[in-house]
Design a protein around this ligand. Structure first.
Ligand code: COA
Length: 167
């Protein structure tokens, strides 16, 4: 498994547009509105993401197969640089699910971000019904926060909050 930037593969925009069209990705992640999910929209998003990365706003990386295919995404953002914290998000393309890729990708990104970006906490939000996401977070070293210790601002109503600190 390799984590790399969006735009390094010839089919990245098509793969991103296909992920945005997937119902589970739509339920679990923030995706553009239905009329902004075409391949050229994805291409524009990839170009814009370089600027968001340079500005320290977000860091979304492709989880690639050994052959360079897009198998999913792991990302951090928004960042709270004062608290040295960030929010984790992730998806796996439908045909690549069930192979441990999301768990391994999240673990790799978090280990790297603690070591190289100086973060002291990474948070994740998920719905009660998203068992897959919860299992991925457990396997990536996260624990669920009890409601009274949840950080401000409050997460989306009813969502679970998970956190991981550097080891
Ligand atoms: C959730 C999601 C990322 C899982 O990706 P994946 O690459 O298949 O996950 P992994 O293979 O790394 O699975 C890790 C663990 O989660 C379990 N798991 C994965 N999907 C599951 C599901 N739908 N229900 C229950 N457990 C699930 C796996 O079985 C594995 O546990 P195990 O080792 O005990 O068997 C994928 O289904 C997805 O892209 N969903 C839509 C986007 C989303 O919800 N993202 C999370 C936002 S917070």
């Amino acid at each position: 498994m390799v984590l790399s930037r969006w735009g390094e593969g010839p089919d990245d925009a098509a793969a991103l547009a296909a992920a945005w069209a997937d119902e589970l990705v739509q339920q679990g992640c923030a995706v553009p509105p239905a009329d902004k999910r075409r391949v050229d929209d994805a291409q524009r998003w990839i170009v814009g993401h370089q600027e968001r990365m340079d500005a320290g706003l977000a860091l979304d990386l492709v989880v690639r197969s050994a052959a360079g295919e897009v198998t999913g995404e792991v990302g951090l953002g928004p960042f709270d640089w004062n608290r040295r914290a960030a929010l984790l998000g992730f998806w796996t393309a439908p045909t690549w699910r069930g192979q441990g890729r999301a768990a391994q990708g999240c673990r790799l990104l978090c280990d790297w971000a603690f070591a190289e970006l100086g973060l002291v906490a990474i948070l994740a939000e998920t719905t009660e019904s998203n068992r897959g996401s919860q299992r991925v977070l457990e396997q990536a070293g996260f624990t669920q926060l009890p409601p009274q210790t949840r950080p401000q601002p409050e997460p989306q109503s009813g969502n679970q909050v998970w956190a991981r600190k550097p080891h």
